[in-house]
Design a protein around this ligand. Structure first.
Ligand SMILES: [Zn+2]
Length: 290
């Protein structure tokens, strides 16, 4: 019995050691991130966007670099340090990843991924190299091999020891820390292809646990009627998007959260009123806040 207890204590001790200590971002990455680029950067993928099944939601932001050849700037607005670089020796196609620290005491910093390997033998960016403010680093890695998108990945990462490539790290949402200009992106709801293609505004309601339109009692026409008279416990199907202003086809800025308000309609004049102070008022469907 005593042995069992000791074993248990040892196991729980080692498990406790494996739980990573996560240091929230305490400095904001600089903006913009390309040396000569305009303020508005299209985004390939935003935090929380879906990836291949092996990866799950995307843990960072991918900025489009398909037409940009200038250097990516170090994200520190102050004199900082390298938290080390990483190049996968078996797959250098995606370029290298680098972590930037505010202080050598820090365990976490902002990471940039897919930087172009200018010289694989260069040692100048290894920990703990001093990195002056907004130092031009390297262009984004051009498409090579399986690396088909030219982009740069921004995420909050631990010092690159061990290498971070075995896990997709998504500790915090970079959009919460980027000082992107006001009005950087626009949000809205996209058309949901398999429901309706004209009167659909990217959100529809269905009965609880009935998620396929054809399974709705009475079929598709009954489902459409239901949109005008919703009752009981319902599921909401929504397709929110956010795109940088001026890049309407880049709908991958990432949506931080989706909330909704339930309104009460006045049966006499048709106007809608908020249900203030009611538990059924404002609700958040999903949130990717860091
Ligand atoms: Zn990425």
């Amino acid at each position: 019995m005593l042995n069992t207890i000791i074993t248990f204590m040892l196991i729980s001790g080692s498990l406790f050691d494996l739980i990573p200590f996560i240091d929230p971002p305490h400095w904001n990455p600089s903006w913009p991130i390309f040396k000569d680029n305009p303020q508005f950067m299209p985004v390939w993928k935003g935090y929380g966007d879906w990836c291949p099944p092996s990866q799950g939601p995307h843990g960072g932001i991918d900025f489009d670099a398909s037409v940009i050849t200038d250097s990516i700037l170090a994200p520190n607005d102050f004199g900082g340090y390298s938290g080390d670089i990483y190049i996968d020796p078996l797959n250098p196609d995606p370029g290298y990843m680098m972590c930037f620290l505010e202080s050598l005491d820090d365990d976490y910093g902002w990471g940039l991924g897919h930087l172009k390997i200018l010289d694989p033998n260069a040692e100048q960016f290894h920990y703990p190299t001093y990195i002056y403010a907004k130092r031009p680093m390297a262009p984004a890695q051009p498409p090579t091999g399986a690396h088909i998108w030219r982009h740069v990945h921004l995420s909050w990462v631990p010092k690159l020891d061990p290498d971070p490539t075995t896990n997709l790290i998504g500790l915090f949402n970079p959009f919460d820390y980027l000082q992107a200009p006001a009005g950087y992106d626009e949000t809205g709801f996209s058309h949901i292809p398999y429901v309706d293609n004209r009167s659909n505004y990217g959100m529809w309601f269905t009965l609880d646990q009935i998620e396929e339109p054809l399974n709705f009692p009475g079929g598709l026409s009954a489902l459409k009627d239901f949109q005008n008279r919703i009752y009981g416990v319902v599921d909401i199907v929504a397709r929110p998007y956010s795109h940088p202003v001026g890049s309407p086809f880049e709908t991958r800025c990432g949506v931080r959260s989706v909330s909704h308000n339930i309104l009460r309609q006045n049966p006499y004049n048709g106007s809608y009123n908020t249900i203030s102070g009611d538990i059924y008022g404002a609700r958040t469907l999903v949130s990717f806040d860091g």
